[in-house]
Design a protein around this ligand. Structure first.
Ligand code: AMP
Length: 263
């Protein structure tokens, strides 16, 4: 089933003009986002799943169809890594951990999210990707959302066998300019080295090298997988198989959301 074939979902998912620039998320409270056009249905979602299951790609598709803001903590760290400003000592330490595939300390991540909490009020809703990643982060987010009177619509848990995760991560390439994500076989650009969207150079992320991938998957099992039960207990968990093409996974995501939101 393609997205276009699922006509019955049209009421929930219209395609607003793609004008989100996430400035307030990527730069922090001083950043000013481009105002979003009218949103038909505001959704607040968390995407869970091991590194490499395609959360970033799905977040991008959801963002385009919902008009919601894609809030990725990894993107904030990568934006800081490419910033011309000198990083704070905490950020420099965080970037070093990130390169090695390890988690950044909860205190650093939480400080970063807390100072961006206005993004949780985004009129278009939000898609949290890569956060929370530990029980402490999940508990802190739950409390913050309760304090700020913000509801959570669903937590989508993308499921994929480990062998396929490793294959996806090792073939992943990211545009250094617009951050579009490709895969050398599953989703290649027309020219392997150049982004179709903006002409930027396609690079492999430092943390997609084999040694970092191993560390990231072990860290996921130890620190993040327990969140599946956490959100199951809160009755917001939606398991979605992450096999197949991005469009197939997206159609499954949409069907699952529709069933949950109407259920
Ligand atoms: P991602 O793009 O979500 O895979 O994140 C890339 C890297 O950023 C991770 O491997 C961590 O080093 C760091 N990172 C991102 N989000 C978090 C988080 N919520 N908690 C700890 N570390 C994080």
């Amino acid at each position: 089933m393609s997205w276009k074939q699922s006509q019955h979902l049209k009421m929930e998912f219209v395609k607003p003009p793609d004008r989100s620039n996430r400035a307030a998320w990527l730069e922090g409270p001083s950043g000013r986002c481009t105002p979003q056009p009218g949103v038909v249905r505001r959704l607040r979602l968390i995407l869970l799943g091991a590194p490499g299951v395609g959360k970033g790609t799905q977040a991008d598709l959801l963002r385009k169809h919902l008009g919601a803001c894609h809030l990725s903590t990894g993107d904030v760290f990568r934006a800081a890594a490419h910033s011309i400003c000198e990083p704070s000592p905490a950020m420099a330490a965080a970037l070093d951990l990130m390169r090695r595939g390890e988690l950044v300390p909860d205190s650093t991540v939480w400080e970063m999210v807390r100072e961006r909490r206005q993004c949780l009020h985004c009129a278009g809703g939000f898609i949290l990707d890569g956060f929370p990643r530990t029980l402490m982060q999940a508990e802190s987010l739950k409390k913050l959302m309760a304090d700020e009177n913000i509801g959570l619509d669903a937590v989508i848990n993308y499921e994929l066998p480990r062998a396929e995760i490793v294959e996806r991560l090792s073939g992943r390439r990211t545009c250094e300019q617009c951050k579009a994500v490709y895969h050398i076989t599953r989703q290649p650009s027309r020219d392997q080295a150049v982004c179709d969207r903006c002409g930027g150079q396609l690079l492999q992320r430092d943390d997609d090298c084999p040694e970092s991938v191993k560390v990231r998957l072990e860290t996921y099992e130890r620190s993040t997988a327990p969140l599946i039960q956490f959100y199951r207990d809160l009755r917001v968990l939606l398991p979605v198989a992450a096999t197949g093409s991005p469009e197939e996974i997206f159609a499954r995501t949409a069907a699952s959301l529709e069933a949950n939101l109407h259920g």
